[in-house]
Design a protein around this ligand. Structure first.
Ligand SMILES: CC(C)(COP(=O)(O)OP(=O)(O)OC[C@H]1O[C@@H](n2cnc3c(N)ncnc32)[C@H](O)[C@@H]1OP(=O)(O)O)[C@@H](O)C(=O)NCCC(=O)NCCS
Length: 161
């Protein structure tokens, strides 16, 4: 492992925004992350590498559910298992909190995220047609959101050890 996993701290908000902006076309701001991290029901994990944050995940307790709000890996370290490690760490925290089910939304065209979630045992439970409205010059039309779920504490069995 080329990173260490730990809970996110309030001072990680800027680095989380930097990872998200590098990994995604609709990056959340430092203020967005700071606001989420300040919420009592939030729990988040960072994979900290030698050069800064490699990846992070941000989740919320929502009743009996654990809701994954965001997960992102810095582009130059993608496909090395960082997101899988972050998910696994968040899953342990969800178990500690007594939560029963993971839920998340992903755009139908986000093939990397869907591959990650499916490899971790998530299955589709609903579709929100046209939920995402991409912006920018390269944007096409609205994109469906797939709602995926999985029991807490049960991975897809494809994880690295
Ligand atoms: C989705 C994302 C977080 C994956 O991060 P990552 O650290 O590269 O993922 P991992 O290395 O842990 O990959 C775990 C598994 O997910 C799947 N996967 C991840 N990226 C993939 C890709 N680009 N294509 C196909 N499968 C992929 C593979 O099954 C992979 O296992 P393998 O490498 O042994 O084949 C990353 O691509 C990212 O930051 N995307 C932009 C932000 C985003 O869209 N987040 C999700 C919002 S819903």
């Amino acid at each position: 492992m080329i990173w260490s996993l730990r809970p996110a701290l309030p001072e990680d908000a800027a680095a989380m925004a930097a990872v998200h902006s590098a990994a995604s076309t609709n990056g959340w701001s430092e203020a967005d992350f700071a606001a989420w991290l300040a919420r009592a029901e939030a729990f988040a994990c960072v994979a900290a590498g030698e050069a800064g944050l490699s990846a992070f995940g941000l989740a919320l307790s929502a009743g009996d559910d654990a809701e994954l709000l965001m997960i992102a890996t810095f582009p130059s370290v993608q496909r090395r298992g960082a997101a899988r490690d972050v998910l696994s760490t968040l899953d342990a925290e969800a178990q500690r909190r007594g939560l029963g089910r993971w839920v998340l939304e992903a755009a139908r065209d986000n093939l990397a995220a869907l591959a990650l979630y499916r490899s971790e045992g998530f299955v589709e439970i609903a579709v929100r047609p046209g939920y995402y409205r991409p912006t920018g010059p390269a944007a096409s039309g609205p994109v469906d959101a797939l709602v995926l779920a999985r029991a807490v504490g049960v991975s897809g069995g494809h994880g690295r050890t």
